[in-house]
Design a protein around this ligand. Structure first.
Ligand code: GUN
Length: 276
């Protein structure tokens, strides 16, 4: 049976340390979150971020806009937050309504307040091997989780499934910097199962079931499941068939309770880092 990569346990440990640090800060950081539109899951994520921040002693404000918000309104608000010295960190919850150019909006955030590490400045730093102000939350959380379990990355074959800007692309860069050999897979990849067979580490961030009981994996394989969605019966599940693969992998992260809590832990860590 695989060892469970317990994101909740590590999140709690990180929160305990952060809380102690924040208790000693005379001026607390402030996280501003912009939520545009009425995507129900985004609302849940944003509420969760706000609750966590407040529990730790981070000030948190949520600025909400209806789905018909204009780019100009969002750009004006971001400019105002950039110029406000009481605001430490800015997060624009994704996805944005379809008529909004998300790249333009994200790039309006001051790089030193870009808590997601998604601006061209910060992602450029990451991709050129320099230090960004902060690393994107989910990839940072994944690496913290692997480090917690002492999983070595150097020389390992890491197979990343999914090429999003939020997870796939940045986690691949971070793994490269840790000297892993990285294969990027996506919806057009041929023979995914042949590639999976050779993986020392699988990181799947797709949002649908892509790794199942038919997949043959190495007995020392580490599986990190980033996907989260509801199946036809309404059950929350990940990209990986946990039942089947937890019998054959060496390590596996559950959904929920694996990467999700680590994303939020990283967001809180990034907010405090930007405060310095
Ligand atoms: N939507 C889903 N995950 C994320 C995230 O990590 N950051 C932002 N800004 N939006 C998201």
């Amino acid at each position: 049976m695989a060892i469970i990569l317990d994101g909740k346990k590590l999140r709690d440990k990180i929160f305990e340390d952060l809380k102690a640090k924040l208790d000693n800060m005379p001026v607390k950081p402030t996280l501003a979150v912009i939520l545009a539109g009425d995507e129900p899951s985004s609302r849940i994520y944003v509420n969760n971020k706000k609750k966590c921040a407040e529990k730790l002693g981070i000030n948190s404000i949520v600025i909400e806009y209806p789905a018909h918000v204009t780019e100009e309104e969002l750009l004006n608000k971001i400019q105002e937050l950039n110029n406000d010295k009481n605001i430490t960190a800015i997060l624009v919850q994704l996805p944005l309504p379809e008529h909004i150019d998300k790249f333009k909006i994200i790039d309006a955030i001051s790089p030193g307040k870009d808590v997601d590490g998604l601006t061209t400045y910060n992602s450029g730093k990451l991709f050129s091997g320099e230090k960004p102000y902060v690393y994107p939350c989910t990839p940072k959380g994944i690496l913290l989780l692997l480090d917690e379990y002492d999983i070595k990355l150097e020389g390992k074959h890491a197979v990343v499934i999914g090429r999003s800007n939020l997870v796939g692309k940045p986690v691949a860069q971070m793994l490269l910097q840790r000297n892993a050999t990285v294969t990027m897979c996506h919806s057009h990849t041929k023979n995914l199962s042949d590639i999976i067979k050779t993986a020392d580490i699988i990181i799947s961030a797709v949002g649908k079931n892509v790794v199942g009981e038919k997949n043959i994996i190495k007995s020392d394989c580490v599986i990190v499941d980033v996907g989260i969605f509801r199946d036809e019966s309404g059950k929350v599940r990940g990209d990986v068939d946990f039942e089947a693969l937890s019998k054959t992998a060496a390590y596996i992260s559950p959904v929920p309770g694996g990467v999700g809590p680590m994303t939020i832990a990283s967001l809180m860590l990034n907010t405090v880092e930007l405060h310095k």
